[in-house]
Structure formats: C-alpha cells, structure tokens
Design a protein around this ligand. Structure first.
Ligand SMILES: [Zn+2]
Length: 264
C-alpha cells in the first residue's frame, strides 16, 4: 500500500502534459525533468524522483565554496553557473557553466563502471566513421552531424575529425569523472583547439591562463541547439570539448542578460 501511495504521488507529478504541477517547480528542476524523461519521473518533497521510485535530494542545504560544490555537489549545484545567453560571445571570464556535475545521477542513468556504460553505448555516424555515445546523447549527436554538414566547407576542419567520445577516466587533477566516462562527450577539431593545460599556468597568479579560442560561433551553436555545452565557455577552456547537458541549455539565460556574479 505504501508503495502504491508513493507511485500515485510520483505519477501525479510527472512532467509531461501536467503543466499545473510542473509550473510550480523551480525552472532548474523542470529542466532536469524535461531533459531526462527516461530516467526522472517527478519531484516530490524536495527530491527528484527517478522512474524506478528512488528519491534524490535536490538541495543538501550546505553552504559550500565553489570548489566544494565541484567536489561534493547536490543536483542544485549543477546550475550555479548559468549557461550564457546565445549572444554572450566570447564567453565571460570567470564563468564555468557545466563544470559541476552530479555524478550519482550519472551513475544511475548510464552505469557505474566502464563495462556497464560501454554495454549501453550506441553507434552514431560521424563524417565517414562512427562513434559510440550514451543512448540519450546519440540521437542529439546524429542531429548535430546532420546540421554541421550544412555549414560552409571552410568550417568543416573544426569538427570532421574527432579525438573520441567514450573514455572511462577522471578529469585530470581530480577524482571527478569526465563526461567522456559516460559516453556523453565528444572532442573535435583538435589541431584547431585551445586548452588551458596547453597554454601553461602563470605561477605568479592563481587562475586560468588568458582565454583563447579559434572555433567559429556557428559550429558551437549547432552543438548548443541540440543540448551540448561547450568547453570553450569555461574560463578553464577546452575548446575541442562538447558534452551533452540539455538541462543547462534548457535553463540558459535569455539574450541580452549579463552573466550573474558567482560567489567564490
Ligand atoms: Zn573532451
């Protein structure tokens, strides 16, 4: 009976087609529900509810520094850096939209080991070869490829060659897993890419090196329209890198709005 009552409560909050309940939710919660409908089926008592009935607390209530949010996030922390508006170009300094990821949910959705993730990957055609992506991201990436094909030939060097998608590994210098681990990221155009690690750090000052990018805006916008965030929008820039984070694009700022100040 208890299980039945919970099921009723969850079904009552299903995002699709139940506008009145969904409208009352914070925008970021709605974006999570809309972005991962195969995995998240509702929001109840301050928790995301997975489609198999597990509750994931949205806000752990802790005061955290940005570094603590990176290392020990809750789902709400993912949105601490809002994704910039389409007209915010080049990206604002000290902005890192997307660098905070809530890993327990990723594990639940895509697998907790290389083998578990790999088993679920599906193939996507990518300019004469095929790459492997998580099912959620695969359809979006196929649409990206179809749209990129239409761009002027001079821009094709930025995406035709890929340096890979799935790769079970932590982000260098941390225990936090890269989105490549879950088959949710792709690296393209490496010879034309800029990466903060290649630029070298200035030992006299704390923070990333001077921002650099050669990728054209048109290429980036194709990925963003299909739910991929771009590593070139991070102050710790990685311009070859795109990762599937439709929840951030869903919640992105309207054009013309300045980036908010982020408290360190
Ligand atoms: Zn990458």
């Amino acid at each position: 009976m208890k299980t039945f009552a919970r099921l009723v409560a969850v079904v009552a909050l299903l995002p699709c087609g139940r506008a009145s309940a969904a409208d009352a939710l914070p925008r970021e919660v709605r974006c999570m529900l809309e972005s991962y409908p195969a995995h998240l089926c509702g929001f109840e008592s301050g928790a995301l509810v997975t489609c198999d009935g597990e509750h994931i607390t949205w806000d752990d209530g802790r005061e955290k520094t940005l570094w603590e949010r990176f290392l020990e996030p809750d789902p709400e922390d993912v949105f601490v850096y809002p994704y910039p508006a389409t007209d915010a170009w080049p990206p604002a300094p000290k902005d890192d939209p997307g660098v905070i990821r809530y890993e327990p949910l990723l594990v639940r959705m895509y697998g907790g080991t290389a083998r578990e993730v790999e088993r679920r990957l599906v193939r996507v055609k990518w300019f004469g070869r095929s790459v492997r992506m998580a099912p959620d991201a695969a359809a979006a990436l196929a649409e990206v490829a179809a749209e990129l094909k239409k761009l002027p030939a001079r821009q094709h060097k930025f995406f035709r060659k890929t340096a890979g998608t799935f790769n079970w590994r932590a982000i260098k210098g941390s225990d936090v897993r890269s989105l490549h681990s879950y088959g949710l990221a792709i690296d393209v155009g490496v010879p034309y890419a800029d990466y903060w690690r290649w630029a070298g750090l200035d030992p006299k000052k704390f923070g990333p090196p001077a921002y650099r990018n050669r990728f054209p805006r048109e290429v980036v916008e194709v990925f963003e329209r299909r739910g991929f965030v771009w590593g070139g929008r991070w102050s710790w820039f990685d311009t070859m890198h795109f990762e599937y984070r439709p929840e951030l694009l869903c919640a992105r700022r309207a054009p013309g709005l300045a980036p908010p100040a982020v408290t360190p």
